[in-house]
Write a protein that binds this ligand. Structure first.
Ligand code: ATP
Length: 251
């Protein structure tokens, strides 16, 4: 399988702490790969290194065969990587539709000449793309609602829709099930599985073990910044180093 993402000896140091310590792995095109580990293991920092929100202290990130290390976030996004955040980052005072349009705008792009050449066509494309994403996440009826008025679970889907509106080749989801109840989590699991079946490569950080074990094809496990396992869920769940990391931690 072709690797869409390659991490080569990624390290990030904060003061004296190695939050991510020499992590290498590959994600294949079309894969649904989970990233797990106890609290403070370095999962979010690794996602930040991949998506450009934090520069690595050393090491390399390759996306679609090209080094993207040190590129700004928007350039990486334009290359086809979008993400959601552990703490929701929707725009509360914008409508649901406008929140998604921001993502579609990122995909289609605007230039100072947009209003002269093809401005209307672009506006139509952004609008169509936004409606398509609204439908995909089941929020069509809420298009005109302020994002602030959506339930927590629906805001999570809104954030995913905005990321999808950028038409990514790699979608990175940071704790999408956090704060969801069991039935919402089961629905989300089905939604992520269906997205993956369309051919979209997905990386997922999640504390809900039932969710990651149930839907991911492979799991990368971090503990104290280091990769301690990288295998199919059935192997990872029996790995002594993984059991030790979780039993020794507070998860
Ligand atoms: N900007 C920062 N400055 C200093 N230390 C940081 C920074 N970001 C993260 N850390 C530290 O790096 C370590 C890894 O944090 P990170 O948030 O990546 O872990 P995590 O696995 O995502 O944790 P959780 O599951 O609790 O979200 C932690 O000890 C954290 O305190």
């Amino acid at each position: 399988m072709t690797a869409i993402l390659e991490l080569d000896s990624l390290t990030r140091v904060f003061g004296g702490l190695k939050a991510v310590d020499n992590v290498s792995t590959k994600v294949s095109e079309g894969e649904l790969c989970g990233l797990i580990g106890p609290n403070g293991a370095g999962k979010t920092t690794l996602f930040n290194l991949i998506s450009g929100f934090t520069p690595p202290s050393s090491g390399d990130v390759r996306f679609k065969g090209e080094s993207i290390t040190g590129l700004p976030v928007h350039k990486i996004a334009h290359k086809g990587m979008s993400r959601t955040f552990q703490n929701l980052r929707v725009f509360p005072n914008m409508t649901v539709f406008d929140n998604i349009s921001v993502g579609a705008l990122g995909m289609i792009g605007v230039s100072p000449f947009s209003s002269i050449w093809g401005g209307k066509a672009k506006a139509k494309e952004i609008s169509e793309r936004s409606w398509e994403m609204l439908e995909k996440v089941g929020l069509t009826a809420h298009a005109d609602d302020l994002a602030a008025n959506l339930s927590y679970g629906k805001r999570k889907y809104l954030e995913i829709a905005r990321a999808l509106a950028m038409n990514p080749d790699l979608l990175i989801l940071d704790e999408p099930a956090a704060g969801m109840n069991d039935s919402e989590t089961a629905e989300l699991a089905q939604f992520i599985t269906d997205l993956n079946k369309t051919g979209l490569t997905i990386m997922l950080v999640e504390h809900d073990m039932g969710l990651v074990m149930g839907i991911c094809q492979r799991l990368v496990v971090l503990a104290s910044g280091q990769k301690i396992a990288d295998d199919v869920p059935s192997k990872v769940r029996q790995d002594p180093a993984v059991l030790e990391a979780y039993l020794g931690g507070d998860d």
